[in-house]
Ligand binder design. Sequence first.
Ligand code: SF4
Length: 382
Amino acid sequence: MEKNDIYIIHGTNYKEMTLRLLTEAGLADQIGDRGKRVALKPNVLGTMRPEEGATTHPELVCGAIEYLQAHGFRNLSIMESSWVGERTSRSFAALGYDRISEQYGVPLIDLQKDEGVSCDAKGMKLTVCRKALEADFLINMPVVKGHCQTVVTCALKNNKGLIPNAEKRRFHTLGLHKPIAHLSAAVRNDFILADNICGDLDFEEGGNPVPMNRIWAARDPVLCDALVCDCLGISVDEVSYIRIAEKLGTGCADTSKANLIFLNESADWEFTPITGSRNSAPLPRRVQKLAGYTDPKDACSACYGSLIHALNRLSEAGKLRAGLPPVCIGQGFQGRSGEIGIGKCTSCFAKSLHGCPPKAIDIVKFLEENWTQAPDKEIKNS
Ligand code: SF4
């Protein structure tokens, strides 16, 4: 796997998807020596369930462990330090990590109980947990989601779970962006297994999950986070820590240089448009409100989720209003004509954005330029 490769898989059997993704990405060869200490770092910031859009789905952790053990790696651990105000042990227990640890014989490391080590992170003194520094290979397992302070959160910010609580508090006094970027120079950035299953629209703690049903594998955390921006409809320039990390030499923030490798054909993709998650839970009110501007017919979740994120951006910019024609999306529109649509399935429409699925950032631009009220509606609304 090259540094600019990003492997992407869609579906709803998350453990099987993880196994396939890691196999295709050749993770075992990247780690090398079977005796290495391999640490898994999921996002277990609190007790919030993955279905709420906050924490890493444990199936990804199970899949990664099964893959690694099948390839002869025995020196594994799961490490995390939950956010300030929550005990990691409580989060681990609430999300079933105690059972995973017992089932696979992989220890849980509560980094809130670890000691901090002072490091020079490219000109910034930072304190990092000792056990995180002692790992020979770190598999970062963040959730792709929005964040109320840093706009997005994924690989780079997930590293904040590798520092002591006192240092997390200090990060906030330093404005988050600069220390998060410098932290990337102090910790390992070996491999990223990103949970893009149903991350939140814009809050770290979840509550407005948007089903996407995807998992990514990447090696470059900066490129990974830049792709998150594209997928959430946000300009990379809005997320300072990505640009700072790029300047520090952690990675590349130019997604045009990313080599995206899709592991399934669109025809295999799952249809989970309105009811969203695999347990058919109704979408939260805010997501439903955005969905009110759409007309989905058999839309793949990644396509529909991208549209929801794009609509959220337009909503924040005050560009959603009554009278706009519904945006059509989904395989049910193949070969049909219509006013405005998203994705190659709507290519026969008067206005259609190509892509399969298109990125949210492109959907935002397309809708800004093409989504207008019908003249009679404009008169009625004025
Ligand atoms: S355009 Fe969208 S709905 Fe159509 S096949 Fe591609 S991802 Fe699925």
